[in-house]
Design a protein around this ligand. Structure first.
Ligand code: GLN
Length: 422
């Protein structure tokens, strides 16, 4: 185990009961709290942090009979698309040598792809479950906002993120979703799933009669290999009896900009607690201002610092209306566009990522290139919708995934659509 540096801490956590996951192993992203087992968020800041309680999803895994095999590597605090911003070194992609596993839940996807765990949990703020699923050739689901409890998930941008499952098959991922979904008194944003919802049972492999919408805006920036892969998937859906229609989502061209303003703004506020007093490594004694500054200077990596600075700037008096408010307006527009699209289709389909897995190091000096790769995943988080990434084809540069997006709480529809492929 851990040939690919998929784990930060490989310490098993035993189940407390028998249940639907008895005999199965699950890898858990290292921003999800585990009582007594350190939870680092991929950061030097939390390298010694041991949570006193379990996240709700961890409690549910233990009660469902799962054995947790370890805590997985990730971009620091979930900020990245390659798992290279981790303070614990990069994770390798078991499905594409020399290339990144995607991020930020790269360790979770790599653990599943390498067979180090049967299943895994990641978190998806702007694509962090779906991107690594696509790059490692596994399945990943980003649930509707409010379907899965965030209690015990260390917040990056809390209005956007959800914990989600990864697995080799759509049915496996849906089975894990069945275990973790549902309301939690400790997270007031959670909801009941639709009555009688059974996600694993929806993986029928039957798309006959389904209507699939394809937004051309989500194909615009895609590489040729990715487009070819997507065209082949669409043919497969048609051959299986689905109707394919073009639908327009003009707002998505604003999504990456709006996402990064909102995500960085929320991050600047959520990460304020890491000051060496409330949480994090100590900044030493003396003047509190200097002590806080030195804890943050030492504890945070470059990408996290960049985002805290930009987020603080976007929220500052005088710039708030120019950036943050504008981004919220764009978010509302994106939501409205999706709502209109779902009046005529059951699910939307697009490539998950516009590119195959990056080579290691390729985006490290070019954050903008990294941010733009999120073009197809972030609109879904802005609109609080569910989406699944399913392996589509293998290219010379590694696996390529297809994404299906559903209406709010329409997890069964995306599971059904995805199950025709894996
Ligand atoms: N790549 C995106 C970001 O860096 C998504 C991260 C995530 O979903 N946690 O913010």
């Amino acid at each position: 185990m851990n040939d690919h540096n998929a784990f930060i801490t490989a310490e098993p956590i035993e189940p407390t009961d028998d249940g639907p996951l008895s005999g199965q192993t699950v890898a858990v992203k290292d921003n999800i709290s585990t009582a007594g087992v350190r939870t680092t968020c991929g950061s030097e800041m939390l390298s010694d942090y041991v949570p006193p309680y379990d996240a709700t999803v961890v409690e549910r895994l233990k009660e469902a009979g799962a054995t947790i095999v370890g805590k997985t590597n990730m971009d620091e605090f979930g900020m990245g698309t390659t798992t290279e911003t981790s303070a614990f070194g990069p994770t390798e992609n078991p499905a594409a040598e020399g290339r990144v596993p995607g991020g930020s839940s790269g360790g979770s996807a790599a653990a599943v792809a390498a067979g180090d765990a049967d299943l895994a949990l990641g978190s998806d703020t702007g694509g962090s479950v779906r991107c690594p699923a696509a790059f490692c050739g596994v399945v990943g689901i980003k649930p509707t906002y409010g379907l899965v409890s965030r209690y015990g998930l260390v917040a990056y941008a809390n209005s956007l993120e959800q914990i989600g499952p990864l697995a080799p098959t759509v049915e496996g991922a849906a089975e894990l979703l069945d275990v973790i979904a549902g309301p939690d008194p400790n997270d007031a944003t959670t909801h009941d799933p639709p009555e009688n919802a059974e996600y694993a049972a929806a993986a029928t492999g039957d798309v006959d009669g389904m209507t699939v919408g394809v937004p051309p805006e989500l194909l615009e920036g895609a590489d040729e290999a990715v487009r070819d892969s997507f065209d082949a998937t669409i043919e497969q859906l048609r051959a299986a009896g689905a109707t394919v229609e073009t639908v327009s989502l003009p707002s998505v061209e604003t999504a990456v900009q709006a996402y990064y303003v909102i995500a960085m703004s929320e991050a600047s506020s959520n990460l304020a607690r890491f000051d060496g007093v409330r949480y994090g490594i100590s900044g030493g004694e003396g003047n509190w201002n200097e002590s806080f500054a030195s804890a943050r200077e030492e504890g945070f990596g470059a990408e996290v610092k960049r985002r805290i600075l930009l987020g603080t700037y976007a929220l500052s008096a005088g710039y708030h209306d120019k950036y943050y408010k504008k981004a919220q307006d764009a978010r509302a527009w994106v939501k409205q566009d999706f709502d209109e699209a779902f009046e005529s289709v059951d699910v939307l389909a697009s490539p998950t990522m516009p590119v195959p897995p990056f080579e290691r190091g390729e985006t490290l000096d070019d954050p903008l290139q990294m941010y733009l790769a999120d073009a197809n995943t972030v609109p879904v988080n802005l609109a609080n919708l569910p989406a699944i990434s399913v392996p589509a084809t293998e290219t010379d540069e590694g696996p390529v995934g297809v994404q299906f997006v559903g209406p709010a709480f329409g997890e069964e529809a995306i599971v059904r659509a995805g199950s025709v492929l894996a």
